[in-house]
Design a binder for this molecule. Structure first.
Ligand code: FAD
Length: 489
């Protein structure tokens, strides 16, 4: 039976393991950490449960698909609810908006709260749908680095919406052209942060992202986001996948132009197929030292990172829901701070995720588990201790003002995650959340392919390679790898 070695058990690595096991490979996953999940972790702190990494979940069918592929019923492993409302937005001028799941209701509410004509809101969501439908088959579901992608009918579909693609304008410019209300433009621009980019630089093409959340929907897995990794590992183990924790891969072994296995501190492991779910930069720098690295690709600017304060709050805030956004006054300045000054603005947008709103067991009675996140630059040697303490004060002050309650006395327990820790825990280069950023129109083509053209049998999946970061795209990277790898002998 052919063997496959997977390096890393992030969501992309787990999904690739399932796909290769279904294809008939004997799959072994090697993981540095003592558990699976990579950035998708959970932990308990003083009676509060926290999802440590991702909090927003879209395109759940990509998870379901893995169970179906293995001939299992998805709902026996993994269930989720559709969110309604999706997000509560708060602006510094006191205005607020509930983003309802139903497009017409969302548009009506936007008109009521912000004065933006509902027809225009519906039109922008329809435009986002057209962009997604026209481009996703080419840009997300297939390798952009294989000729047959460009010979398929899907390319004609992408060309058909060329005028809508927004390649010659930025996301922000495209949104500002449609709306004069700066708050609604800010809401639309925010979707750039879903892959760690800057709406003032990223191409208008990224305006397809709202379609995922507003037309297809945002979801919450029963048991929290961590349930995605947990249920998929259960499936993988049922398919015979072996997980070897506390065993970092130190080298990808090659013979001639072919990957033939991996080496860890415990020995060598022969495999016909090697898939790296480790960030692509350290994969080349540490595991493929004797090989020529694709420098141009590896030097693409990294995405933003995050600073997270996990707070157990001994009070309930009925005005908050699962996803809450507290916007900054000056979004342009905020992104200038992140991507140009490489620091954190004194008025950052603050995201508060509270899973105890949907799962009461995640916090003690009368309390809430706040995951409080600020977008920050990836690590470039900043003084993170100082930034963490200064930003903490800013965030406490801002949330207290916008919620009309001094929140400081209610913070019962606290833990912090910063770019240094993200890199330390998952090997993500510079602590970037989503690999390289999408801040230029060629970014999609400059992301590393899902294979290595000079090392046969070596594949790549996860957020640092095509099609990019975030749970759905990591799952799609595993799908592309699964489609490329030949059936096992
Ligand atoms: P990773 O999670 O990066 O895991 C890689 C794994 O490889 C790790 O377990 C690591 O230990 C292991 N590894 C590395 N080197 C080796 C080695 N040499 N040998 C063996 N193992 C190794 N996405 C969303 O969709 N929605 C969100 O709301 C969202 N929010 C986020 C918030 C935060 C704070 C973070 C950190 C991320 C967020 N993301 C979000 C992004 C999402 O979490 C990631 O894109 C995704 O989880 C990355 O998965 P991956 O497959 O690339 O692997």
């Amino acid at each position: 039976m052919n063997k496959a070695a997977i390096i890393g058990s992030g969501i992309g690595g787990i999904a690739a393991a399932i796909r290769l096991a279904v294809k008939g490979y004997a799959v072994t996953v090697f993981e540095t950490a003592d558990t699976f999940g990579g950035k998708m972790q959970q932990f308990w702190l003083g009676g509060y449960r926290f999802d440590a990494g991702p909090s927003l979940f879209t395109l759940p069918h990509l998870v379901d698909e893995l169970f179906s592929l293995a001939g299992k019923k998805p709902s026996e492993y993994f269930t989720y609810v559709r969110l309604d409302p999706i997000t509560h937005y708060f602006w510094p001028d006191g205005s607020h908006l509930k983003a309802y799941a139903d497009a017409a209701q969302f548009a009506k509410e936007t008109e009521l709260q912000l004065g933006v004509p509902q027809q225009a809101v519906q039109e922008v969501l329809a435009k986002s749908a057209r962009l997604y439908q026209g481009t996703s088959d080419t840009f997300l579901h297939k390798s952009l680095h294989r000729l047959n992608t460009y010979l398929s009918a899907d390319v004609l579909k992408a060309l058909g919406c060329l005028s809508d693609l927004g390649l010659t304008t930025t996301m922000h410019a495209a949104n500002e052209q449609l709306f004069s209300d700066h708050r609604f433009v800010q809401l639309l621009d925010r979707f750039a942060t879903y892959n760690g980019s800057d709406p003032y630089q990223a191409p208008g093409t990224l305006n397809l992202i709202p379609h995922l959340e507003h037309n297809i929907g945002a979801f919450y897995p029963k048991g929290g986001i961590y349930a995605i990794a947990e249920s998929l590992v259960r499936l993988a183990e049922e398919l015979g996948v072996q997980f070897r924790y506390n065993e970092a891969v130190e080298q990808i072994i090659t013979a001639g132009a072919k990957a033939i296995g991996i080496r860890t501190a415990k020995g060598t492991f022969a495999a016909e197929v090697v898939v790296s779910n480790m960030d692509v930069v350290p994969t080349y720098r540490k595991l493929l030292t004797g090989h020529k690295a694709p420098e141009k690709t590896l030097q693409q600017p990294r995405s933003s990172s995050a600073l997270i304060y996990y707070w157990g709050i001994k009070k309930e805030f009925p005005e908050l829901h699962l996803h809450n956004i507290f916007f900054s006054k000056n979004y342009k300045e905020e992104f200038k701070h992140i991507f140009q000054h490489k620091t954190i603005s004194t008025d950052p947008t603050v995201y508060v995720n509270i899973t105890s709103k949907l799962d009461a067991a995640d916090a003690p009675p009368g309390g809430e588990n706040w995951f409080v996140m600020v977008n920050v630059p990836h690590n470039q040697g900043q003084d993170w201790d100082k930034l963490i303490s200064v930003t903490r004060e800013t965030v406490v002050r801002k949330l207290s003002a916008m919620l009309h309650t001094d929140i400081a006395p209610f913070i019962e327990v606290e833990q912090v995650l910063d770019p240094l820790l993200i890199e330390q825990k998952t090997s993500s280069f510079a602590g970037a959340l989503y690999g390289s950023s999408s801040n230029n129109r060629m970014a999609a083509f400059l992301r590393h392919p899902n294979f290595n053209s000079s090392i046969k049998g070596l594949y790549f999946c996860g957020g640092s390679v095509h099609p990019g970061g975030g749970i759905p795209l990591c799952l799609l990277s595993a799908k592309i790898v699964g489609d490329m790898v030949p059936a096992a002998k």
